[in-house]
Each structure stands twice: as structure tokens, then as C-alpha cells.
Design a protein around this ligand. Structure first.
Ligand code: F6P
Length: 358
């Protein structure tokens, strides 16, 4: 029997989403003779009448699509069906409306591409409908549990590394401390990976409690040894773990740590310091080859799971293999950087200061 499956991308976008949509639609069509329906703007498309959705024509999903950043379906990180933000500031449960919209599409299965938050929401949304659901992990933060890689992470590391490559020479030319604030939500994966790849002197992540005076000492040692510049990477959630920020600095508790740190380092070391907040640049780009490959492999496997009658699972990359895990074991959990893991040990071995006592 010919089947119809739906796909939507949910949460913050990242590189590799178009590649995964393409892989799903091509696999569904070529291997199973199925139709794929792309749902627009994540869960928001389900609120429109008619629902914002289109049948994806496999003939139009050429390789050029896999190279493009963003998601041609659109996405949202503001569409929580159970606590939908209304214009008057209240939160409303609109899951029933979304389910009604979903029913109009007459789907036999749904594939959701999202981070752990989006996958949890989608799983809960479709449960009453009994619609087979498979999740595909994507997030530049790489904090989805039970998968070594999420789509978009490789590209984000590449961009953050390139930023360090560009900051180093300008910092060296002007004898400055260059601070790069990277994304990652509550995890330091982007920071530690880019910091190692980009030759940072200091990497500050939320998983390793750090002290400002240790960073200052490290930079001072570099300067005493003849280095006039320094490269510092700070994860957006690294926080200001020691001294409470001076209220006069108006330092935010999350985003903005880079600016705060640059100001503090400048006053403590008498060196000039500049902060760069990389922000959404990390999300929007041509995906790396690794992200395209990952997206393709995970997309194909997600379709095959539905074909095997399997549901409530998340496809995953583990031990150099595509695999799948129960979605229930992923949602509500988050995978942060292991403070005793290989990357932290590598950073230390390279002489990178993590701002702690070790
Ligand atoms: O989860 C992806 C992410 O880019 C985080 O790294 C960041 O904290 C957040 O989304 C930014 O969200 P927004 O796009 O709403 O500014």
C-alpha cells in the first residue's frame, strides 16, 4: 500500500537540515514508493488552515539542496503546542488544534527533526493520535543524549574554528586578548572542540567550574613569556563562576559572557581585549561534508524504521554506525561535555587553560 509520511524541522535551525529532508524524501520514494509531505515552519504550520504543507517532489530534491544552509521547510523554537505563547502574553494549550491539522494530512507516519526539547514535544504531541513517530537529532549544541553527533554540530565547529583562525592574526597584530563567545546552550561542546582545533589559549565551558583569577594568571604568564596576544573561547553558558559580576557591568547571566570577560581581562592585565559574539553565524552556513553525510544516513535510517513498523525511536550515530534508540530514553536528558573525557584531557595536554585549579 502506498504510504504518506510527513516531515518537519523544529527548534533552532542548523546546517544540514535540507540534506536530511532530501534524504528522507528520496529514500521514501525510491525504496518504498511513498509520498513525503513537508510540513512548514515546524509545529506552526499545523495551526494554519489549510495546514502549511506540501508534497515533496523527489525530482526537485537535487544535490544542490544538500549544500544549502537553513531549512526550506522553515522552523520555529517558539511553537510549543502545550504552552503556546499568545499575543496577550498568556500561554495556551494548542495541541488539539495541531493534532486536528495533522489529521488533515492523512499521514501514516511522521519524522521530526529536532533537538531534545523539540523531540520531546513532538513525541508528546503525536502520542494521542497513535501516529508512528521517529525523531532525527539536530542541533549545533550537540547535547542530544545517546548519539555521538547531531546534525549541524560539525558545521558549527568549523565556523567557530574559522573564527579563531581569523581572530588570531588580528589579535597578534594589535597585542590584544581576543575573546570569542560561542553558542551551545547549556553545553560546552562547540567551545571545547573549536578551542582545540583553533589553538585557543583559554577555553571556558559550563562543565568545568572556572575562576577569573586563574584565567588572568594564565594570560599574564603568556605575556611574561613574550606572548602579547591571547585567544580565549567562552561558551555562552560558561557563566561567571567566581566573583559576582559587578552590577555596574550590567553583565547578563547567559549570553554576553564574552563582553564581560573581555572587560575583566582588560582591566586585570592592562592589555587591550576585544570580544566577538559569534551568534547565529554558527547556524547558517553551507553544511560541512560530515554534516551532509550524517544527515543523509540518519534520514535514510529514519524512513527504514517506519518501513519496518518501528516507531517512538530516535535515529542515532554511535560507534561509527547508524543506529536507533528508544525516544523515551533520550527526551528530558542532555549530554554535556565530560569534564574527565578525552577532549578535556586533550585540551589540558596542549596547555589550554580551562580556568580551573588543575
Ligand atoms: O539550540 C541552538 C541555539 O543556537 C543555542 O546554541 C542558542 O543558545 C539558541 O539556540 C539561540 O536561540 P535563538 O535562535 O532563539 O536566539
Amino acid at each position: 500500500m502506498a504510504k504518506r509520511i510527513g516531515i518537519l524541522t523544529s527548534g533552532g535551525d542548523c546546517a544540514g537540515l535540507n540534506a536530511v529532508i532530501r534524504a528522507v524524501a528520496l529514500r521514501a520514494h525510491h525504496a518504498h514508493g511513498w509520498t513525503t509531505v513537508g510540513i512548514g515552519r515546524g509545529t506552526l504550520g499545523l495551526l494554519e488552515r489549510p495546514v502549511d504543507a506540501e508534497v515533496l517532489d523527489p525530482a526537485r530534491l537535487d544535490a544542490a539542496l544538500a549544500r544549502q544552509g537553513g531549512t526550506f521547510l522553515g522552523s520555529t523554537n517558539r511553537g510549543n503546542p502545550f504552552a503556546f505563547a499568545m499575543p496577550d502574553g498568556t500561554a495556551k494549550d494548542r495541541s488539539g488544534e495541531m493534532l486536528e491539522g495533522l489529521a488533515t494530512l492523512r499521514l501514516d507516519g511522521l519524522i521530526g527533526v529536532g533537538g531534545d526539547g523539540s523531540l520531546a514535544i513532538l513525541r508528546r504531541l503525536v502520542a494521542p493520535a497513535g501516529l508512528p513517530f521517529v525523531g532525527i537529532p539536530k542541533t549545533i549544541d550537540n547535547d542530544v543524549d545517546l548519539t555521538e553527533r547531531a546534525i549541524g554540530f560539525s558545521t558549527a565547529i568549523a565556523i567557530a574554528t574559522e573564527a579563531l583562525d581569523r581572530l588570531q592574526p588580528t589579535g597578534a597584530s594589535h597585542d590584544r586578548i581576543m575573546v570569542l563567545e560561542v553558542m551551545g546552550r547549556d553545553a560546552g561542546h562547540i567551545a571545547i572542540n573549536a578551542g582545540i582545533a583553533g589553538g585557543a589559549d583559554v577555553v571556558l565551558i559550563p562543565e568545568v567550574p572556572w575562576r577569573l583569577h586563574r584565567v588572568v594568571e594564565h594570560v599574564a604568564r603568556l605575556r611574561a613569556a613574550g606572548r602579547t596576544s591571547a585567544l580565549v573561547v567562552v561558551a555562552e553558558a560558561a557563566g561567571m563562576s567566581d566573583e559576582a559580576p559587578d552590577p555596574a557591568d550590567d553583565a547578563p547571566s547567559h549570553h554576553g559572557v564574552g563582553d564581560w570577560l573581555a572587560r575583566r581581562l582588560a582591566s586585570a592585565t592592562q592589555a587591550e581585549a576585544r570580544a566577538t559574539v559569534l551568534g547565529h553565524v554558527q547556524r547558517g552556513a553551507m553544511p560541512t561534508a560530515e554534516d551532509r553525510i550524517l544527515a543523509s544516513a540518519l534520514g535514510v535510517h529514519a524512513v527504514d524504521l517506519l518501513a519496518q513498523g518501528k516507531a517512538d525511536r530516535m535515529v542515532a550515530w554511535w560507534n561509527r554506525q547508524v543506529t536507533d534508540v528508544p525516544l523515551g530514553e533520550v527526551v528530558g536528558r542532555s549530554r554535556t561535555v565530560d569534564p574527565d573525557g578525552a577532549l578535556v584531557r586533550t585540551a589540558r595536554a596542549l596547555g589550554i587553560c580551562l580556568g580551573d585549579a588543575v
